[in-house]
Design a binder for this molecule. Structure first.
Ligand code: R5P
Length: 298
């Protein structure tokens, strides 16, 4: 019996089926849904991401620059590869028509008035799936007072994420007594990866950062930290990606800048286009209206 669509078929019997490896470090054995979500957060063309972090309110309330997310942040969202936020801000402020993937803050509990490491998981995995998040973010306090509890938060989320195909980003927190050096960051990042985080967010350190990225078997994204002069922030991002980071997850250095949109575009140029910090600074400056080469407020 002939088939309804005729006999003119081409089975390309001489063309082996492509079997490409996944583009992200250490991510070749993940399931399709999780890989697809990672490919929304990280650009397959560059293997990097520029995430915009605006989740600070989950422990410190209306942070400077985030008083009105609808006014100050929504215009930036289309520029970001991913938006890191809480589910409260997502549901109350971010329109569901946004095409920018969401990395959702998934731990919380204590405010700045209490011991910060005393966090719990702060979202049900079914709600994360309902919100169509691309990844979950959980703080891990290595060396902190509630170290084991925070590691356990991460491992439970990793187990839940594996059930739903949602990757988990371990976020290394730095305790009051801990220095932000390569030795500490290697320890913290490696623990996150060993215990299942699909990617890790950590701080940059001036010395030996490449040993932090090379000893972590999954991608690392650089956290921004407190507001720096724009050139310093761009230089830090440049060093981080040159030394092995798969991008950045920056907040205050973008939304506390004189021109958040200009700073977003400058960071994107550094991370995705390999722009030199000085050239990227010109992108920022041109958005402020400042003449080329003139210094800007830090
Ligand atoms: C901190 O715990 C929050 O997760 C922030 O998202 C993170 O610190 C990145 O923001 P910033 O670049 O302002 O440090």
């Amino acid at each position: 019996m002939p088939e309804a669509d005729g006999d003119a078929k081409n089975f390309y019997t001489d063309v082996p089926q492509a079997n490409d490896g996944f583009f992200l470090k250490g991510s070749g054995s993940l399931d399709w849904g999780m890989s697809n979500r990672l490919a929304r957060v990280f650009r397959p063309q560059t293997g990097r991401t520029v995430m915009l972090a605006i989740d600070h309110g989950y422990f410190q309330g209306p942070t400077t620059g985030l008083e009105r997310v609808d006014v100050s942040i929504l215009p930036l969202v289309p520029l970001a590869d991913a938006l890191m936020c809480t589910r409260g801000i997502l549901r109350s402020v971010v329109p569901p028509s946004t095409r920018t993937p969401v990395v959702m803050r998934a731990s919380g509990g204590p405010s700045i008035l209490k011991e910060l490491s005393d966090e719990q998981i702060a979202i049900d995995i079914e709600d994360a799936a309902r919100l169509n998040v691309a990844a979950l973010a959980v703080q891990v306090f290595i060396g902190g007072e509630h170290e084991t509890q925070s590691v356990h938060n991460m491992t439970r989320l990793v187990d839940l994420g594996l059930r739903f195909g949602i990757p988990v980003m371990g976020v290394t927190a730095v305790g009051k007594q801990l220095t932000r050096d390569a030795k500490y960051l290697r320890l913290a990042c490696r623990i996150c990866a060993e215990l299942g985080a699909q990617f890790v967010k950590t701080y940059y350190c001036d010395e030996d950062f490449e040993t932090v990225t090379s000893s972590c078997p999954v991608p690392i994204v650089m956290a921004g930290g407190k507001k720096l002069p724009e050139l310093d922030a761009l230089t830090m991002a440049h060093h981080a990606v040159v030394e092995g980071a798969a991008g950045v997850d920056m907040g205050r250095n973008i939304f506390q800048s004189d021109s958040p949109e200009g700073m977003m575009r400058a960071v994107i140029a550094v991370v995705h286009e390999g722009a030199r910090p000085e050239d990227a600074l010109e992108i920022y400056r041109s958005s402020t209206g400042a003449p080329s080469g003139q210094s800007t407020r830090s």
